[in-house]
Each structure stands twice: as structure tokens, then as C-alpha cells.
Write a new protein. Structure first.
Ligand code: NAP
Ligand code: ZN
Ligand code: ZN
Length: 349
């Protein structure tokens, strides 16, 4: 067992502060990673503030991890010391259910083990702690190869924001000729725009922030709708094939569902605190579908990382020291980030 520096929350109301956590001794299939960068996902805030319930304190968040392999267990075959690697939203799953075998570990029938705030499956009773820390020890099966060699801080958000938007857009068959709307231009949303554009779609950003118009276009979006008031969406009813909803706060889903044309799909990846009501009449019109999607399996996450490497896609980030994390959370709540905070973990020491 080794003691490592970390940042975390002791309860749902207090600011995050520094603390020391334990990392386990290497098991045969484990790799020990020195963490370089960790993105700040809105799920970190939902969990720290216990907005979804079930938080186990102290919570050390962070599931957009990029680092270097420091040591490997005796049976490790995928990685060598010194290699650049990533860890995303999960660190384990049952490995035997149909979904795990089919490379959909995120939909493990007994629930995938989150990178933080989850009970380890080894019977130790330990709670997983995430990437707001200097080091992590984890099973190689859930670790990703990072071939990118430059700007690794901007690669970190691909491990959650990237795969969470790539996976449903691919599953929905987004391609040239399709009209895609991305709602909520935050960490997930801006990656959704980049992927939808890379897949050839005509992309519209729907945002509550007038200040994001220019950047939306520089991300590749073709159109921008300012929807501080959802009445602004009425003229666009029944015009989109796909609406990717990345909103983090409670809101009415109806105005977005109404945007779908025949056989259109509302993809929900945002996870606000309270559950919305769905209109059945609104669904029947245009034979609309609603699809939820949870990050991605290891195979698809690797595919996404390789796709980003090939197409030179990464996140637009603001690099911060760990001491700035509480201010970063406040700014994210206000939508004041273009588009992902990433923590430089060298500032922890
Ligand atoms: P984020 O960076 O904070 O972005 C959220 C965006 O939502 C904001 O930038 C803002 O965009 C919009 N927004 C905020 N409040 C709003 C309101 N009241 N009404 C309308 N729009 C509002 O968050 P994120 O990290 O991208 O995460 C987004 C959501 O996805 C979170 O709920 C997170 O927990 C969830 N998530 C889900 C998965 C999954 O597996 N499905 C994975 C990761 C994250 P504008 O300024 O453009 O309006
Ligand atoms: Zn996340
Ligand atoms: Zn499983």
C-alpha cells in the first residue's frame, strides 16, 4: 500500500481540499500510473454535491485521466513502463455477463465499477478514488493506450467527454446528409460538435450562452441557435435527425424532442439532478425516439482515441492548478468554461 496525495470532498457542502489516500500494492494484472492530467467532468460536481444520491465520502473525483506507466504487475501484457496511458469512467466490471463479453462493459449487467465512488469488486470493501490524485493503481484491462505524444492535457477529456459523445453518434449512424443539433456547449457538447462534424453531418449548436456563437463556428458547427428562451426553438420544430442533449441542469425536454423530424432521435447524455417528464403525444408525432447513452466500452474508447489521433481531434481546454478546483466548479455551474477544465497534477506536489 502506498500513500499518495489527492484532492477530494469530505461531504456534500464543503469545498474540496487536499488529503492523502491509499493506493493498493500491485496485483499481477495491475499497472501503477503516475497521473499527469485529469479533466473536470460535470459528473464530478454531481457526485461531490451528492446530487444523484449515493456519494461515499471522502469523494476523490476524476475520470478523465492521462498518465505514464510507473510500474507493472507480473502478468501485465498490454503495457510497459514509461508508456502513455488513459483511464476513463470505469475501472472494472464483472467480465462474464453478455454485455461485458460483447465489449459493452459500461452496460455490465451487475453495474460497471466507476473510477471513483464505487465499491471495488475484489471483496476488500475499498471505495475507488479517481484522478484528482498523483497516482492510481488499476487493472490493465480497463486502461487505454494513448498514442498521442503532444498536448496530453487536451487528450484527457476524450476519456469521458469524448467517448460519451462519440459512442451514441456512431450508434445512431450519424453521417453526411444528416442534420444534428448539439444542445449545451460544455465539455461533452463541444466534443459532440467535433465528432458530428468529423462524421460529415450538418451541425447546429443550441446554447443558452450568446458568448459562445463565435467559438461554436470555430469548432466546426454550421449554425447556432441562441435558446436562452426555448421559444427560440419553435421555428426549428421537426427539422433535425438527431438532437444530442448534453445539458447538466434540470430543464424541460419537450422543446428539444419537438425538434425531431420523422424517425429522429433525441439522445440524452446529460444527467441533471431531477428526472424529466416525457410527452407521449410528442413522441408519437414523427415516430420519434429517445435514446440514453452511457460513456463507452473499452474497445470503443480505444477506437475513439485512435480516431482522434488520426484526425487530430482533442478537447479545447483551460489548464488549471489543483488549488483552482473549487473556483472551476463554480464557473462550470455558470457555464463559464470554453470548454473543459483540465487539472495539471504536477501542481499537487
Ligand atoms: P458542462 O461542461 O458543465 O456543460 C453543461 C452545459 O449545459 C453548459 O455549458 C450549458 O451550455 C448547458 N446548461 C447548463 N445549465 C443549463 C440550463 N439551466 N439550461 C440549459 N442549458 C444549460 O457539463 P459536462 O461535463 O459536459 O456534462 C454534461 C452532463 O452530462 C452532466 O449532467 C454530466 O453528469 C453528464 N455526463 C453523462 C455521461 C454519460 O455517460 N451519459 C458522461 C459524462 C457526463 P450552454 O452554455 O451552451 O447553454
Ligand atoms: Zn465524465
Ligand atoms: Zn458484466
Amino acid at each position: 500500500m502506498s500513500n499518495v496525495k489527492a484532492y477530494g470532498a469530505q461531504d456534500s457542502k464543503s469545498a474540496l481540499t487536499s488529503l492523502v489516500i491509499n493506493r493498493r500494492d500491485l496485483k499481477p494484472n495491475d499497472i501503477h500510473i503516475e497521473i499527469l492530467f485529469c479533466g473536470v467532468c460535470h459528473s464530478d460536481i454531481h457526485t461531490v454535491r451528492n446530487e444523484w444520491g449515493g456519494a461515499i465520502y471522502p469523494v476523490v473525483p476524476g475520470h478523465e485521466i492521462v498518465g505514464k506507466v510507473k510500474a507493472i504487475g507480473s502478468d501485465v501484457t498490454k503495457f510497459t513502463v514509461g508508456q502513455t496511458v488513459g483511464v476513463g469512467v470505469m475501472v472494472d466490471s464483472c467480465r462474464t455477463c453478455k454485455n461485458c463479453i460483447d465489449d459493452y462493459e459500461q452496460y455490465c449487467e451487475s453495474g460497471a465499477t466507476g473510477t471513483y465512488n464505487a465499491k471495488e469488486r475484489d471483496g476488500s470493501g475499498e471505495i475507488t478514488m479517481g484522478g484528482y490524485s498523483s497516482e492510481i493503481v488499476t487493472d490493465e484491462k480497463y486502461v487505454l493506450r494513448v498514442n498521442q505524444t503532444e498536448n496530453l492535457a487536451a487528450v484527457a477529456p476524450l476519456l469521458c467527454a469524448g467517448i460519451t459523445t462519440y459512442s451514441p453518434l456512431k450508434h445512431a449512424g450519424v453521417k453526411a446528409g444528416m442534420k444534428v443539433a448539439v444542445v449545451g456547449l460544455g465539455g461533452l457538447g463541444h466534443m459532440g460538435v467535433k465528432f458530428a462534424v468529423a462524421l460529415g453531418a450538418e451541425v447546429t449548436v443550441i446554447s443558452t450562452s450568446a458568448s459562445k456563437v463565435k467559438e461554436a463556428h470555430s469548432l466546426g458547427a454550421h449554425h447556432f441557435i441562441l435558446a436562452s428562451n426555448t421559444d427560440a426553438l419553435t421555428p426549428h420544430a421537426s427539422t433535425f435527425d438527431i438532437v444530442l442533449n448534453c445539458i447538466s441542469a434540470d430543464h424541460d425536454y419537450m422543446p428539444y424532442q419537438n425538434l425531431l423530424r420523422l424517425d429522429g432521435t433525441l439522445i440524452i447524455v446529460g444527467l441533471p439532478e431531477h428526472q424529466p417528464k416525457i410527452s407521449t403525444w410528442g413522441l408519437l408525432k414523427n415516430r420519434r425516439s429517445i435514446m440514453g447513452s452511457m460513456f463507452g466500452g473499452i474497445k470503443e474508447t480505444q477506437e475513439m482515441l485512435d480516431f482522434c489521433h488520426e484526425k487530430n481531434i482533442s478537447a479545447d481546454i483551460e489548464l488549471i492548478p489543483i488549488s483552482y478546483i473549487n473556483e472551476a466548479y463554480d464557473r462550470m455551474i455558470k457555464g463559464d468554461i470554453k470548454y473543459r477544465f483540465v487539472i495539471d497534477l504536477s501542481t499537487l506536489s
